[in-house]
Design a binder for this molecule. Structure first.
Ligand SMILES: [Mg+2]
Length: 177
């Protein structure tokens, strides 16, 4: 079960305890793009997100890893941050590539995203710390993500039955379920 749940849950990227991550030796942050940083239907990263991530870059390497296509990602991120499009999360190769790109070891990385089936399970497979955040705007999600959400709800239900404490600690406030 533990490989299916996030290391931490926070309401959104602004609420994450980055100091705690730093204290635990985290040097690199992998951010998901859609519904973690911006809704699917917003083309550009808003200035407040850019400034927030720029601030984080004083303490961490930042890489945006998305399963979305290059065009969407390039338009959204521009030259502001390093990114990996078409990542194919939760496949392990996505994370091997991201680790190589950021010259990071697994124990130095924390991955932040809004989906259990991709962002969290993918990171956990390699032993990368993971943070689940609430999706910014679930209404903006397309069919493939809706299917993932369906599988996610079943998984969360299973976790809540098998390990109620883990559910209460890390999933009860997740609002996509
Ligand atoms: Mg997402």
């Amino acid at each position: 079960m533990i490989t299916k749940v996030p290391t931490y849950f926070y309401e959104n990227i602004y609420k994450v305890d980055y100091q705690n991550l730093k204290d635990k030796g985290i040097k690199t942050l992998f951010f998901d793009l859609d519904n973690t940083l911006i809704p699917y239907d917003i083309p550009y990263l808003p200035t407040e997100v850019i400034s927030f991530l720029k601030e984080l870059e004083k303490d961490f390497k930042v890489l945006i890893i998305t399963n979305n296509n290059y065009r969407r990602t390039k338009l959204a991120v521009g030259n502001n941050f390093n990114f990996m499009a078409h990542a194919k999360k939760p496949l392990k190769k996505a994370y091997y590539k991201a680790l190589a790109l950021t010259k990071s070891n697994v124990w130095e990385v924390c991955a932040i995203g809004d989906q259990l089936m991709t962002d969290i399970i993918g990171a956990n497979k390699l032993g990368i710390k993971s943070i689940l955040v609430n999706p910014i705007d679930p209404k903006s999600e397309g069919i493939p993500t809706k299917i993932n959400r369906f599988r996610e709800r079943l998984l969360i239900k299973k976790i809540s039955k098998k390990d109620p404490n883990l559910f209460l600690e890390r999933l009860i406030d997740f609002n996509a379920r």
